[in-house]
Ligand binder design. Structure first.
Ligand SMILES: *[C@@H]1O[C@H](CO)[C@@H](O)[C@H](O)[C@H]1NC(C)=O
Ligand SMILES: *[C@@H]1O[C@H](CO)[C@@H](O)[C@H](O)[C@H]1NC(C)=O
Ligand SMILES: *[C@@H]1O[C@H](CO)[C@@H](O)[C@H](O)[C@H]1NC(C)=O
Ligand SMILES: *[C@@H]1O[C@H](CO)[C@@H](O)[C@H](O)[C@H]1NC(C)=O
Ligand SMILES: *[C@@H]1O[C@H](CO)[C@@H](O)[C@H](O)[C@H]1NC(C)=O
Ligand SMILES: *[C@@H]1O[C@H](CO)[C@@H](O)[C@H](O)[C@H]1NC(C)=O
Length: 456
């Protein structure tokens, strides 16, 4: 009798232990399904896209010298970051596009189908969002306007240049080495004119060694001043270098210039080797920039790829004045003010928006990944957010002076010959600098690029 019982016990155990072992798996799947369903209706309605870009990692990739690149946060994290609106919306978007929770989504990087289905959800102001942000009524007007319009990135072109880059069979051969994309506003005619006549000249531009083809576009939104708008149209007819979109050109709308420019670029100038994106009040020592870029390109071509399947390393090339571990500015009254109710946490590393250069192949990837990153009001921080998701670390170059020279260094007679870019310069200073740097005195002819900030 006893042995019989024992036999039954053993049989029951035999049957059940696999079930017991699988129990955690069942539990996990149930919970995953539960959370996937619970959070699949986002507030503010971020668009659901059907295809993910290649090498997309929801929370961002981390690089360290000891380990292979790995996701920054736990891939399975289920709780929402509470409190801050942007973090919440992004969390929902990440959850919806988690390639493991929703495997059907992650197929290939084909965006054409995506653009047809994902967009066009309407761009009227979203008044429901107001209830999601408790201190809405105390926010500065600019932030209020941003929040109610931030679901939209679907603005049509008002002015579009025709022939910035070659089309057709020769498009690739005649592609510019460098495409300048300069953020400007309708009223800043003088800045644009100074740039056209100095560092932003187009055509074949000679570096110190070789030369390269340079093209230029200015990126603008619209204003309410009908008179200057009319003048802008005339300017566009004359120079063919104006791109204007149908959104109000305000500080918090600058990110739209990035995402809409990436879209324009991928359709109309997709073969440019590099893109310079910057402000209209910087001076760029163009021959030095061209030399630097052509050299980087050559280095990348010469380095043998470890595996044939590995992507070209230029796909991750972005250089500028990199800002690490920045905190959002919490004081009401500055133009960079971001309330805690909107964003929590540090900003990712990002190159300062005064001037940054990235490869054309990276621009294509930025265009793709940006569709999974919710619009953020500060454009250079947004670039950092997209780079992080691609696992790309921006390169810091001390010759990008987005905060001008340290005081002592500006007295160095050759200081202006050691830079790639300096912010802020008026149109008159641009002309002076252009003259000075095009014809360096014999003393400064051998000046080399700044290597690291000198300590005063
Ligand atoms: C992407 O879509 C286009 C047009 O629908 C199609 O021609 C192309 O083959 C697709 N590419 C891939 C990789 O699926
Ligand atoms: C921010 O400033 C505005 C006016 O500039 C004020 O009405 C509002 O109360 C301030 N908000 C906070 C959180 O201090
Ligand atoms: C951005 O532009 C849109 C469309 O013109 C406008 O509705 C919105 O208020 C603007 N945002 C800001 C922050 O000015
Ligand atoms: C460098 O350029 C600035 C104009 O931006 C000018 O004021 C300064 O004098 C120049 N430095 C030298 C040493 O020429
Ligand atoms: C720059 O040089 C040109 C010719 O060399 C001269 O005509 C012009 O006045 C100079 N501009 C400035 C701002 O020094
Ligand atoms: C600049 O470099 C050249 C060649 O490298 C050298 O012959 C010349 O003496 C240098 N001039 C100065 C002022 O250092």
């Amino acid at each position: 009798m006893a042995s019989c019982l024992r036999r039954y016990c053993r049989r029951i155990l035999c049957c059940c232990s696999p079930c017991m072992l699988l129990l955690p798996v069942y539990l996990y799947v149930t919970m995953a399904l539960f959370f996937a369903m619970k959070y699949s209706t986002p507030i503010g309605g971020p668009t659901v896209y059907s295809v993910l870009p290649l090498r997309f990692v929801a929370s961002g990739l981390k690089h360290s010298s000891d380990l292979a690149p790995h996701p920054e946060k736990s891939f399975w994290k289920t709780e929402l970051e509470s409190g801050a609106l942007w973090n919440f919306i992004q969390h929902v978007t990440d959850r919806q596009n988690n390639p493991i929770l929703r495997p059907g989504l992650a197929t290939s990087a084909n965006l054409s189908s995506n653009l047809a289905t994902g967009k066009g959800t309407g761009c009227s102001p979203d008044s429901e969002i107001i209830s999601k942000i408790p201190d809405y009524s105390t926010l500065p007007t600019l932030m209020k306007n941003f929040v109610t319009a931030m679901h939209c990135r679907d603005y049509p072109l008002i002015i579009a240049p025709e022939d910035v880059c070659d089309h057709g069979p020769l498009a690739k051969i005649r592609a510019p080495v460098l495409l300048l994309a300069i953020k400007t506003q309708t009223a800043n005619f003088e800045n644009r004119e100074a740039i056209r006549q100095t560092w932003g000249r187009t055509g074949m531009v000679r570096g110190q060694g070789r030369q390269g083809l340079v093209r230029r576009v200015f990126l603008l939104g619209k204003t309410e001043d009908l008179h200057t708008e009319k003048e802008l149209q005339l300017e566009a007819n004359e120079y063919g270098d104006i791109i204007q979109w149908d959104f109000m050109d305000t500080f918090f709308n600058l990110t739209l210039k990035d995402v809409l420019f990436w879209d324009w670029f991928s359709r109309l100038c997709p073969h440019a080797h590099f893109i310079f994106k910057g402000d209209d009040d910087v001076f760029v020592r163009m021959p030095a920039v061209l030399d630097y870029l052509l050299k980087e390109e050559e280095k990348a071509d010469e380095r043998p790829s470890k595996e044939p399947t590995q992507p070209n390393e230029m796909e991750g090339f972005v250089v500028g004045d990199v800002i690490n571990n920045a905190m959002p500015i919490r004081s009401n009254g500055t133009k960079y003010y971001i309330p805690e109710s909107f964003y929590k946490g540090l900003y990712p590393s990002y190159p300062g928006g005064g001037g940054v250069v990235y490869s054309g192949s990276l621009a294509h990837r930025l265009f793709e990944v940006s569709q999974w990153v919710h619009i953020f009001p500060i454009d250079d921080v947004y670039l950092g957010m997209c780079l992080k998701r691609l696992g790309v670390s921006p390169i810091h170059h001390p010759a990008f002076l987005t905060f001008d020279f340290p005081k002592e260094e500006s007295k160095d007679p050759c200081a202006n010959h050691t830079i790639l870019l300096v912010h802020k310069r008026s149109p008159a200073e641009m002309f002076r600098l252009w003259n000075e740097t095009s014809m360096p005195s014999s003393k400064c002819r051998n000046a080399t690029l700044r290597v690291k900030p000198r300590v005063d």
